[in-house]
Write a protein that binds this ligand. Structure first.
Ligand SMILES: [Zn+2]
Length: 280
């Protein structure tokens, strides 16, 4: 029996969740009663409400402030896309002339329009961007650290009768996908929150095919909103872990992480850009 398991190591079992790999060792997972188990290192990942959970760590004790904030984020899931949250954040941080959520969605999703196949939505929230991209030719995989957001996403997808969207709980630093798996990656409203931008970008690049497109919405030190003030940017970083990027800095991070073809657009302090994974 033991021998059999070793022989099947790192070959993907034929089932619906067979697209995921162990985020720790990147080997194939077997499915058993409510759990995905790594066929190589035996790590077990529970499936909660049909959402596989690849984060085993107890969040309230995490050393990562992003994960400790999750209880708040979980509670926010239901208002995230409503007028109570998103437009307010955009106007405060981005400036009063910031694009609306609808405009932002269009700006971000346009950049991946020509990519057909698998699309990853990193820190997807309730699938705000990903579920608007999903189509018969685009299969979207949304990952987020907040179970509340993923549950809300699942509810939206059911209500809006959208197919081809899958949700999993995972961290950007340890994505549960094999190398060169995606044609496109979306990362909207979160790059500025990751504790290490380069580690996050490198992991995204790993799961992208050469030439695949990355479409991002984040914040830059622009001319609108509170983020035009340097002291506020420094304060945001110190107190909220919010990085506000300079364009040259972002260009450097992208090059370091294996991307090229950087196309930024700034509106107020809102930065949207596309980049491509470099061919090896
Ligand atoms: Zn493993």
């Amino acid at each position: 029996m033991e021998k059999n398991i070793n022989q099947t190591t790192c070959t993907s079992p034929a089932n619906e969740l067979g697209v995921y790999v162990c985020p720790a060792c990147r080997c194939a997972l077997g499915q058993e009663a409510g759990v995905l188990r790594c066929l190589n290192c035996s790590a077990a990942y529970p499936i909660r409400e049909l959402i596989p959970d690849f984060i085993i760590e107890e969040l309230s004790r995490s050393r990562d402030p992003e994960l400790r904030r999750m209880r708040f984020i979980d509670r926010m899931a239901r208002v995230y896309e409503t007028r109570l949250w998103y437009p307010i954040v955009l106007n405060i941080y981005g400036g009063l002339r910031s694009p609306s959520l609808e405009q932002l969605i269009r700006m971000v999703t346009q950049k991946v329009e020509s990519a057909n196949g698998r699309v990853l939505d990193v820190a997807c929230g309730p699938g705000t961007y990903g579920r608007r991209v999903a189509s018969p030719s685009k299969e979207v995989f949304g990952v987020d650290v907040s179970m509340g957001m993923l549950r809300q996403g699942t509810a939206y997808v059911a209500k809006e009768r959208i197919s081809n969207v899958h949700f999993a709980r995972a961290r950007v630093e340890a994505l549960p996908f094999g190398d060169a798996f995606f044609e496109a990656v979306l990362c909207c409203g979160s790059l500025h929150l990751f504790s290490d931008t380069v580690i996050a970008l490198r992991e995204m690049a790993r799961v992208m095919k050469p030439g695949a497109i990355l479409s991002v919405f984040t914040f830059a030190a622009g001319t609108g909103g509170v983020l035009k003030f340097r002291r506020l940017r420094d304060w945001s970083l110190r107190n909220h872990g919010l990085h506000v990027f300079e364009l040259s800095e972002m260009q450097h991070y992208l090059t370091t992480s294996g991307f090229e073809d950087f196309h930024p657009e700034i509106s107020g302090s809102i930065l949207t850009f596309s980049a491509r994974k470099r061919n090896a």
